[in-house]
Design a protein around this ligand. Structure first.
Ligand SMILES: NC(=O)c1ccc[n+]([C@@H]2O[C@H](COP(=O)([O-])OP(=O)(O)OC[C@H]3O[C@@H](n4cnc5c(N)ncnc54)[C@H](O)[C@@H]3O)[C@@H](O)[C@H]2O)c1
Length: 379
């Protein structure tokens, strides 16, 4: 059975994807540097990496020797390794660029210079963040015309005008499912690096005659998400606060929405891309295809963890946060033949049951927010 390399495979998605690939009969190799921000200074909970069916290589996608060794004999590369904090990316620009863009460039460079390369397909974990605000219509004056608003300014946010407004009539715009053909408008450094990854993969694969799939993931949640990283993962951050008896600070008016997709569905979408015979060579959205407000998911999580609903809508905001976005998942269904299976209530309960069993991590949300405030990225 063919060998699949997962860069960043020791992380949240990699953990689930490894199990899914092994179950489907693939051999898995993981290249991961066990970044302390994700795994802690002394990584724990990684016993599964010593499974005999998993070949674990501790190393970085930014080190040529590590990449070279990891690629030997590989048929498919799934490129997951990345720095993933949207807010943090706004002030750690060089690091995000070095790992996300530099790491992808190095991977492709090693492949380009290996005349005997075995890799036939690269599957990139990209992000919905590349759309920025995504697609909207004005229900009042042009309900059939898709528009793509720019990010909201600090002035607009400070005035608590949370919704996007129609440039023609001033009415609030309404989000519609974002398609892969909609324009990319990255609004954070993280998003800019994910978009750069896409371009590198697309252009290099075309010139090297390799197939590619770019999966633009929406908000992935589920069991195994890092509880130690205060920069990303709303359910993880909120679960720690609920378990500490702290209130949940809800930004803006709490009605901002996201497309939450369970990690099991994400792993199955990657598996479908690995298994696809014939070429893919395109971008594919991976989401649930529905939108959920932050207030709603915070409420579900509080209930699932048996906590009281201690939600505080703070009207705070972060520059670079989008208002709404959810995916058009037609291509996921027609190209990869995959329909998401895990409903939100079931997925949140599964996450809560898992989180409850974990050692209680330090609540670092206030620290992460203080870093943003100090840089005037949060109001
Ligand atoms: N989780 C989401 O909601 C989401 C949404 C959209 C896109 N994505 C993308 O999916 C991918 C995986 O995300 P995740 O949620 O599993 O993140 P994660 O942080 O749990 O895992 C990332 C892994 O990459 C490793 N890593 C970091 N720098 C590395 C380097 N230089 N060399 C080798 N390994 C390195 C980390 O140690 C970690 O194990 C990322 O590319 C991310 O941008 C995730």
């Amino acid at each position: 059975m063919s060998l699949v390399l997962l860069t960043g495979g020791a992380g949240f998605i990699g953990f689930h994807l490894t199990a899914t690939l092994l179950k489907a009969g693939y051999t898995v190799r993981i290249l991961d540097n066990l970044a302390p921000q994700i795994h802690g200074a002394l990584p724990t909970g990684l016993d599964w990496l010593s499974d005999q069916r998993v070949e674990f290589m501790r190393g970085s996608v930014t080190h040529e020797q590590d990449v070279h060794a990891a690629l030997a004999g590989v048929d498919t590369v799934i490129h997951l390794a990345a720095e993933t904090g949207t807010g943090q990316s706004m002030y750690e620009i060089a690091r995000y660029n070095a790992v996300n863009v530099g790491g992808t460039a190095l991977l492709l460079d090693v492949l380009a210079n290996d005349a005997g390369r075995s890799v036939k397909r690269i599957i990139l974990a990209s992000s919905r963040s590349i759309y920025g605000e995504g697609a909207y219509v004005c229900p009042s004056c042009s309900p059939d015309k898709r528009v793509y608003p720019d990010g909201r300014s600090m002035d607009q946010l400070a005035a608590h005008r949370w919704e996007h407004e129609c440039a023609t009539c001033g009415a609030n715009l309404m989000p519609v499912p974002t398609k892969e053909t909609d324009p990319a408008k990255p609004a954070s450094i993280y998003a800019a690096t994910k978009y750069a990854q896409e371009d590198l993969v697309r252009v290099a694969c075309a010139s090297l005659g390799m197939d590619y799939a770019i999966l633009r993931l929406q908000n992935v949640y589920g069991e195994g998400q890092s509880l130690k990283n205060p920069y990303t993962g709303i359910l993880s951050i909120f679960s720690t606060r609920i378990r500490c008896g702290q209130h949940l600070p809800i930004f803006e008016d709490g009605l901002e929405t996201r497309d939450f997709v369970h990690v099991e569905d994400v792993a199955n979408a990657f598996l479908a891309a690995v298994q696809m015979s014939g070429s893919i060579n395109q971008v594919i959205n991976v989401g649930a295809g529905s939108k959920t407000s932050v207030t709603e998911i915070a409420g579900h999580l509080s209930d699932a963890l048996d906590g009281e609903r201690n939600l505080q809508v703070t009207a705070e905001y972060r520059l670079g946060d989008i208002r709404h976005n959810y995916a058009d998942i037609t291509r996921l269904q027609t190209v990869l033949g995959y329909v998401p299976q895990v409903g939100l209530a079931e997925g949140v309960q599964r996450f809560a049951d898992w989180a409850r069993q974990q050692p209680l991590p330090q609540d670092l949300l206030d620290k992460a927010n203080a870093e943003l405030r100090a840089r005037k990225l949060m109001g």
